[in-house]
Design a protein. Structure first.
Length: 67
């Protein structure tokens, strides 16, 4: 399974820098970088916190696909 994320799209649309989003959700900037590049699977809490920032559902931000 591969994780597809739309965090970068939502973040840029909202005008946030990676560091700003990281601060809002209590994560490191590097974590946001890895999430945006699909190299990190977030915890449920982190996924929900990010979704809350953008007023969307977790499913709007993340999708799992079969390899």
């Amino acid at each position: 399974m591969a994780l597809i994320t739309k965090i970068k799209e939502y973040r840029e649309r909202a005008g946030y820098k990676q560091s700003e989003l990281a601060e809002l959700v209590g994560a490191r900037r590097e974590t946001i970088v890895h999430l945006e590049n699909g190299r990190y699977n977030p915890s449920l809490k982190l996924a929900m916190d990010i979704a809350k920032v953008f007023h969307v559902t977790v499913e709007d931000l993340f999708e799992f696909t079969e390899d």
